[in-house]
Design a protein around this ligand. Structure first.
Ligand SMILES: Nc1nc2c(ncn2[C@@H]2O[C@H](COP(=O)(O)OP(=O)(O)O)[C@@H](O)[C@H]2O)c(=O)[nH]1
Ligand SMILES: [Mg+2]
Ligand SMILES: [Zn+2]
Length: 291
């Protein structure tokens, strides 16, 4: 059996890969055949003697987002951590953090919050003020030089970690600080020298110097969920699991009588910010036409 290769980036019917046990070796180009299906960045594959993917090894998960039409669009496979980057500026939307948290949990990925631009004052407003009541792993970083990464590199030495967050929060700057050999476009660089450089919008894996992989998604996109049944959405809110049963089995935890989740939120037994996020995401699903 040939060695397993790790897909670094997938572009239509081909992609780049390295042997999983030699992440620093020069990437090879692999052809994707229709028969084997399309690998994603993060996939482990077997390769045949014609330089094509012979088999995609079973995934631990597929991380994706919703398109504008509410369909699921895969981004990367086998993620361990979703690094959710927020910063004092640009001012974050409260929804985005909570939507990422739900997406991570329902897809079996551990969420980690990175508050970047720690050199700026942290606003006492949501979503920053929500963090106190949420039991989340978090890091305070300054990605701009001189970078201060506050223990983040040591956290990422195993597994596959995807950087997410709205444009301008410092994802490329963080990637550059974590990957000294890399020169990614930052907002600053792309304004001055970005013209004509090769860019791609698909997810890319980069080997971290101390082990593990960092996934960068250069494309600028809004993160939305896809249309899903209410029990799938509920998997994004494990905070509600311990509230006891609602009166109705198919309760949407909205205005139903005897809703244990709403009662727990009112009594402060589940974080109020998560319950508010639930109601907003539920409304979003209703607009996507699924509920
Ligand atoms: N003050 C401050 N600015 C930062 C920090 N990290 C990144 N920036 C700046 O924020 C802007 C956007 O950074 P960039 O990495 O391109 O963000 P991205 O869009 O998330 O990839 C750039 O001008 C960076 O120099 C930081 O820790 N502190
Ligand atoms: Mg960027
Ligand atoms: Zn309920």
């Amino acid at each position: 059996m040939s060695a397993a290769y790790r897909i670094l980036t997938a572009l239509g019917n081909h992609g780049l890969a390295v042997p999983d046990d030699a992440p620093d070796s020069a990437p090879i180009e692999l052809h994707f055949r229709r028969r084997t299906g399309r690998p994603l960045a993060g996939d482990l594959v077997r390769v045949d003697d014609q330089g094509a993917v012979a088999e995609i090894l079973p995934r631990s998960n597929t991380f994706g987002r919703g398109t504008a039409q509410g369909r699921f669009q895969p981004i990367a496979a086998n993620l361990d951590t979703l690094l959710i980057v927020i910063a004092p500026e640009p001012a974050p939307s409260e929804d985005l953090l909570h939507r990422y948290l739900a997406a991570a949990r329902m897809q079996g990925v551990d969420p980690v919050v990175i508050i970047n631009k720690a050199d700026l004052p942290i606003p006492d407003a949501p979503p920053f003020s929500d963090l106190a009541e949420l039991d989340l792993e978090r890091f305070l970083t300054r990605a701009a030089q001189p970078a201060e990464l506050g223990g983040l590199p040591e956290r990422l030495t195993r597994g596959i970690h995807l950087l997410a967050g709205q444009s301008g929060v410092g994802k490329s700057s963080l990637a550059n600080a974590l990957l000294p050999a890399l020169e990614l476009h930052t907002g600053h660089l792309s304004r001055s020298t970005g013209k004509g450089r090769h860019t791609t919008t698909s997810a890319q894996l980069h080997p971290l110097p101390a082990g593990g992989w960092l996934v960068d998604t250069p494309g600028v996109w809004e993160y939305g969920l896809w249309a899903m049944p209410v029990d799938e959405l509920a998997r994004g809110f494990p905070e509600f699991d311990s509230t006891g049963p609602c009166r109705f089995r198919n309760c949407h935890h909205d205005h139903e009588p005897g809703c244990a989740v709403r009662e727990a939120a009112e009594a402060g037994r589940v974080p109020a910010s998560r319950y508010r996020a639930w109601l907003r995401l539920l409304g979003e699903q209703q607009r996507l036409g699924r509920l």
